[in-house]
Design a protein around this ligand. Structure first.
Ligand code: FE2
Ligand code: FE2
Length: 260
């Protein structure tokens, strides 16, 4: 877990990463919208829960946190959800119904604090009106992202992530070649169904994001990309023209195992 930093306006990144043997590192970001009604977007990795909470409470007092907005139910997004909700009893929980249902298979969530959201709907935090979006690619059917027209930020959950040689903050710190290979690997591995799409179908999903014209894409697994939305969208469109990703087999796994 690294120190939080500002992405744009009052939106902060709570950055971490996971080792991805054979690929590099994968950023794992949560975000905090730090206005009068603070919104935490995702809750970090459970494996570093104490550090995550320390970083979070350095930005907002627990009793001031108004919302936890969960992009989806995966472990790397919901890792510290129960601990955050426990420490911040005023906070509502906003998430898609499918994500809620999946989490309820393991956890007993405070459903009286839940607001369910769907793509295309507004999400009024009490301090600003965000819109809920469906990222163009995702790995859980319960995935939702956010668009903040005020700051020009779109939060895209898993979409637009990339493996990196090392964790950095900004796209400008990554070479084009490293970004391309890490982007292609991650976006084929994490949502392999993209390879089944015809290009026009993916283009339609991507055009919804382009229509919003965000100045900054914040991916849970990416780095800051000010003014690069069109480039990243073009890179994503190419992913569906590539061969499907093949995960390591047993022999490759045995080579990677020592790094794990
Ligand atoms: Fe995911
Ligand atoms: Fe993820």
């Amino acid at each position: 877990m690294e120190s939080p930093y500002r992405a744009a306006g009052d939106i902060h990144v709570l950055p971490s990463s996971e080792e991805a043997p054979g690929f590099g590192v994968l950023p794992v970001n949560a975000f905090l919208i730090a206005d009068d009604r603070p919104v935490l977007v995702d809750t970090g990795l459970a494996t570093e829960g104490d550090d995550f909470l320390t970083a979070l409470w350095s930005l907002v007092e627990p009793d001031q946190l108004a919302w936890v907005f969960l992009t989806h139910d995966d472990r790397d997004h919901a890792g510290n959800l129960l601990r955050v909700l426990d420490a911040a009893p005023q906070a509502g929980l906003a998430l898609n119904y499918v994500a809620l249902s999946k989490l309820q298979e393991e956890w007993s969530l405070p459903v009286d604090r839940v607001t369910v959201v769907n793509p295309g709907q507004p999400f009024d935090t009490g301090a600003r009106r965000l819109s809920v979006l469906r990222p163009p690619v995702y790995d859980s059917p319960g995935t939702v992202g956010l668009h903040d027209p005020g700051t020009g930020v779109a939060i895209t959950a898993d979409a637009f992530g990339a493996y990196l040689p090392e964790l950095v903050h900004d796209l400008s710190e990554v070479s084009d070649a490293d970004l391309r290979s890490g982007f292609v690997d991650f976006n084929r591995l994490n949502h392999p169904w993209v390879s089944l799409l015809e290009r026009p179908t993916l283009d339609r999903a991507l055009s919804e994001l382009l229509r919003l014209d965000p100045e900054l894409l914040l991916s849970s697994h990416g780095v800051l990309s000010h003014g690069h939305t069109a480039t990243l969208v073009r890179a994503m469109a190419e992913v569906c023209t590539m061969e499907p990703f093949v995960a390591p087999d047993q022999a490759a796994f045995e080579e990677l195992r020592d790094e794990m």
